[in-house]
Every structure is written in C-alpha cells, then in structure tokens.
Design a protein around this ligand. Sequence first.
Ligand code: KMH
Ligand code: ZN
Length: 281
Amino acid sequence: MRKELANKVIITAAISGAEVTKEMNPSVPYTVEEFVREAKSAVDAGAAVIHLHVREDDGTPTQDRDRFAEIITAIEAVCPDVIIQPSTGGATGMTANERLQPTELNPEMASLDCGTLNFGGDEIFVNTENMIIEFAARMRERKIMPELECFDKSMIDMALRLHRKGYIDAPLHFNLVLGVNGGISATPRDLLFLIESLPEGATFTVSAMGRHQLTLNVMSMLMGGHVRTGFEDNLMLDRGLPAESNGVLVERLVRIAKELNLQIATPDEAREIMGLPLRNK
Ligand code: KMH
Ligand code: ZN
C-alpha cells in the first residue's frame, strides 16, 4: 500500500439493515427514493462504501435480486464511484440461496458471515462451515471481494482456517462486529482482543451496536482500522436523539477523524487500501 494511504480511514455506511424499522427511526429507508436519499447523504458526507440490505416498499426485508438491482442502479446514478457492498447475511431465517441472490449482480464486494450465532430470543443466524465455503466459492467465481463479518473471535479463526485451506483468498478484509446479542460484547478489551487476532497485512473495519458504535469507531481509528456507521447498527446521535440521516452519523466521524489528523479515504483510495481492483464503472 502506498505510504500516503497509511493515515486514510475508510468509512462504511450501513444505511439500513434487516432489523431496524421506521418505528425506531422514521428515516430508515424502505422505498427506492429513500434508499437513494440515505446513500447520498452518507456519500456526500464522506462514506466510501455502502453496506446494503434492501426492503420492499412496505418495509419487508428482502434479498430479491431484482430489488437489489433496482436500488443499486438508483444509488449508482447519483453516487457513481461508491463501493456498494450487498449483504449476503440478509435476515435470520432466510435460506442460503435466498441470501446469495445479490451476488448474481457481480458487485465489487459482498459480506461473508463467518459463523453461526444466537441472535436474541429464539433467533439463530445460521452460517455453517459448508455454507461459508459455498458463499466464498460463489464470490470467488464472480470476482467479488468478501468482507469477512466476524461477530466473535471464533469467526476470525474460522475465516483464517478457510483461508489456509484455500477457500478464501488474500487480501483479507474483516468487519469486526461487536455488541450483537449473542456475539462478543462491545468493550475496548474485546475489540483489542479481536484486532490482535488478525493476521499481518489484513485490513479491518469496526462495527458496534447502539451507543458503542461511536466509541469503538474511534478506537478503531486510533488503532489503524476503518469504521462502519449507519442505521443498521445505530439509529441515534445521542440518547433520545434519533439521527435524522445516515449522513449526520458519517459527518460526526469525519469531524473526529480530522481532529485525530486522519484523512477520509475516497472510494478509489478505499479500493487501493483493501486491495480491490480499481473499477471503471
Ligand atoms: N441481519 C443479520 C442477520 C450481513 O449483512 O452480512 C445479518 C447481517 C450480516 O446483517
Ligand atoms: Zn448487514
């Protein structure tokens, strides 16, 4: 990686998510227009990557290929450079084939969940070893870079095991997700443990739930990592104060990064940092 990129932070905006609704924050997007509005607010503020879950107009989470195509096309019309990273996690209870649909659109990146976890109440987010291998094979076939979603230390171990066995190619880019009910808790000690468990040369983003989003985002920036903000993980600017858009969450990170003497990566700089081919869109 070029020396000039060493102090650049990649901001990912997870603008929706399968679990958040308009009842929780009226700005959560359901319609195509709302997805475009939220993506544009995040990109205008400095996000280089959009992690994307989509919904039907009535708010039902879906992994439907055509709905992804419609929303991605609409976002790209106003944000032509941004890296769009569809989720292959979808929502709990969806089948593997249902979840894999957005890979048919050959996005640059997609999330690859690296283990099964309890997801609150009776919900289980299922990612067996064979499923992870199948998802990784699909992504390799279609030249999609996986973002390795790890909700616990054991998932980092799983990703590294599958990398050693030849199922997942370097460069390795991780998303460390803390504070999900059933996953590792969102404390600085836990984040340090996860970061120290990554191999030399891997890049990482940190996502944390609710009020932990901001504190662990800052810790990630201090430790040479990247950050994910957005409604999927956190709907509030402060206690009792819903964020009016994904953009305001991104703006806050940009302000903090600048105070820390860090710069914000453009989408092409993000591609270079993560080892993605530069794309002529
Ligand atoms: N909605 C969660 C069950 C991902 O995007 O890959 C899974 C999830 C992970 O959000
Ligand atoms: Zn997600």
